[in-house]
Design a protein around this ligand. Structure first.
Ligand code: FES
Ligand code: FES
Length: 174
């Protein structure tokens, strides 16, 4: 094995320092070295989104990136959101709308959902159509497209979209 490399990052607000084989993915660093097993390994190939975390405020598939590439970065995982009794609004919306069945994809779905609402806040979002009040209306098509990297084998998709729309304050996302 190649020599271990020091890596420091902030995970869920805590400074963490590790010595890692440079081939270790960010997902394995989180799960196996920091015991943050909320981020799931579905495919390990960038195809399912179960491993989605936030790095420097942007969502990434943590299975597709090496931990050592994130020296100095600020990382948020599902464990950094809310906890029972004090859920993040997106977590609460997933509960309210039954946005999961087995729950395996859910951490990734929730991280992606939060990122999507951030993404469409910036710039000129392509999802905008004017609704009756002249305010932007979110379309389900746009949401589904932006969530298409997160696969749910239980097919909870329509409830996931309903949860995101609820948090976005959108009345109608048909
Ligand atoms: Fe990373 Fe599937 S485990 S995309
Ligand atoms: Fe089972 Fe999505 S809730 S994979």
């Amino acid at each position: 094995a190649p020599p271990a490399v020091p890596v420091r990052f902030t995970v869920n607000g805590k400074a963490r320092a590790l010595e890692l084989d440079p081939r270790v993915t960010l997902l394995d660093a989180l799960r196996e070295h920091l015991e943050l097993t909320g981020s799931k390994k579905g495919c390990d190939h960038g195809q399912c989104g179960a491993c989605t975390v936030m790095v420097e405020g942007k969502r990434i598939n943590s299975c597709l990136t090496l931990a050592v590439m994130h020296d100095g970065d600020d990382i948020t995982t599902i464990e950094g959101l809310g906890r029972p009794g004090d859920l993040h609004p997106m977590q609460a919306a997933f509960v309210k709308h039954d946005g999961f069945q087995c729950g395996y994809c859910t951490p990734g779905q929730i991280m992606s959902s939060i990122a999507v609402l951030e993404e469409i806040k910036d710039g000129v979002p392509s999802y905008v159509t004017a609704d009756v009040a002249g305010k932007p209306a979110l379309t389900g098509e746009e949401l589904r497209e932006r969530m298409s990297g997160n696969i749910c084998r239980c097919a909870a998709y329509s409830n996931i979209i309903a949860a995101i729309a609820d948090v976005a304050g959108a009345k109608d996302v048909a």
